[in-house]
Design a protein around this ligand. Sequence first.
Ligand SMILES: [Zn+2]
Length: 200
Amino acid sequence: MQNLPEIDNLIKLISKLPGLGPKSAKRIILKMINNRQEILRPLANNLSDVFKNIERCKTCGTLKSNNNPCNNCDDKNKKFSKICVVENISDQWAIESSSIYQGYYHILGGTISDSTKGNNRENLLINSLIERIKNDNIDEVILATSATIEGQTTAFYIQDSLKNINVKISKLAQGLPVGGEIETSDDGTLISAFKNRKDL
Ligand SMILES: [Zn+2]
């Protein structure tokens, strides 16, 4: 191949994205270069905007624009009594698109057993979850972690962390297949898992 360091670097970066290898990275880059005005320039600007303006909320863990209050946990017009605890933002998006649930979200950003990432109580925003439950008058915490060993260990850990707080704790029903992840579950499975959730 030609010796173009910019392109080589881009291939390496794009190959790190989920589902993409060097071959698809090259196809994507050629498509962008062949459409400089329609794709390459707006994409470059857009990525730069996302880098500058979008971050994880330090209270609830979802994505927020750093120019505005968080529209999940800091919206004074929203008054919910339930909070749904998920591992990742993609889980929040999956539950939102199923429309089964109206309430706050709390995004852990992983599981307790992600020891490689050094995920601990601080990183998983568990202290912040406790504060939110107290301050927002929450009456139900729905644990919607995956039906994997890591997800279930995390759910148990959170349940234990909340044992001195007077709040109902429920867990999604095992409509979710064992090993099932929230993000990849279809709407029907999610709706049934929410409707049949069990009190802990
Ligand atoms: Zn927030």
